[in-house]
Design a protein around this ligand. Structure first.
Ligand SMILES: C[S@@+](CC[C@H](N)C(=O)[O-])C[C@H]1O[C@@H](n2cnc3c(N)ncnc32)[C@H](O)[C@@H]1O
Length: 227
């Protein structure tokens, strides 16, 4: 429940009227986020979404690409949670597509930006599970290579600031529109970023701007409630 706990604290202190969640699964977060207008996107909802539809709560059973191409319309969202397919390419595209549906005070939350171990960081889900099993390693954790999205935002979206909550639940990166004063690209090459492996990631971890949950929420509230 780390997502709904964090989001609810931010929502309670600010004016969030519209919420978009990419990747909803059972609705564990979606149903626990108290926002007037909510939009859910998932090619495979794990619940009977038809029975939860209302004028304010929308379900789009489709990929995020399909949603952004043909269904989102002109809408803009106050809060956007990216938690769909855990690959760099897909999550980066979700971020880029969602920018057209944001405004100056939109807050993004990107899930799974800190892989737990080398197996968790493999971009292909089945390959990640297989490698973990073959190595005799425990668990079934899969974050994919979403961490590369933060490095891509670092280098190619200098007008966005971000911090990454680590601890007290799954790591998540919060992103908001605020130009970074000391911008300087670190890789300056999308292909190099796409090739950052788990061990490079460990060396580059400082670029994520790691903060505690309390500090991350405070930064989000300060951004959303500032002039
Ligand atoms: C980790 S789950 C989401 C969990 C949910 N956000 C929560 O907090 O409870 C990831 C979901 O992404 C969905 N997904 C996979 N590929 C997707 C895509 N291309 N577009 C949107 N969602 C996708 C999967 O069907 C799965 O339900």
């Amino acid at each position: 429940m780390h997502s709904s706990r964090r989001f609810s604290e931010i929502i309670a202190a600010t004016n969030v009227d519209s919420y978009l969640e990419i990747g909803v699964e059972t609705g564990g977060t979606f149903f626990n986020v108290d926002v007037p207008t909510k939009v859910a996107v998932d090619p495979n909802f794990r619940f009977d979404f038809e029975s939860f539809r209302s004028a304010e709560v929308e379900f789009n059973q489709m990929t995020s690409d399909e949603f952004f191409l043909h269904h989102v319309g002109e809408r803009k969202f106050d809060m956007i949670f990216l938690d769909g397919l855990h690959t760099f390419e897909q999550t980066f595209r979700d971020f880029c597509n969602s920018i057209s549906h944001s405004h100056d005070k939109t807050l993004w939350i990107i899930d799974d930006t800190v892989p737990r171990d080398v197996y968790s960081a493999i971009s292909d889900h089945q390959a990640a599970l297989r490698a973990r099993r073959q190595a005799g390693a425990e668990g079934s954790s899969w974050h994919g290579d979403v961490y590369k999205v933060v490095f891509a935002i670092h280098d190619f979206f200098p007008v966005y600031s971000f911090c990454t909550i680590a601890g007290n639940g799954n790591p998540q990166t919060l992103v908001w529109k605020q130009p970074r004063a000391d911008f300087s690209p670190a890789w300056n090459n999308l292909e190099s970023i796409s090739r950052i492996d788990y061990f490079d990631f460990l060396r580059a971890k400082d670029f994520l701007n790691l903060v505690s949950e309390e500090e991350g929420i405070a930064q989000a509230i300060s951004f959303l409630s500032g002039e």
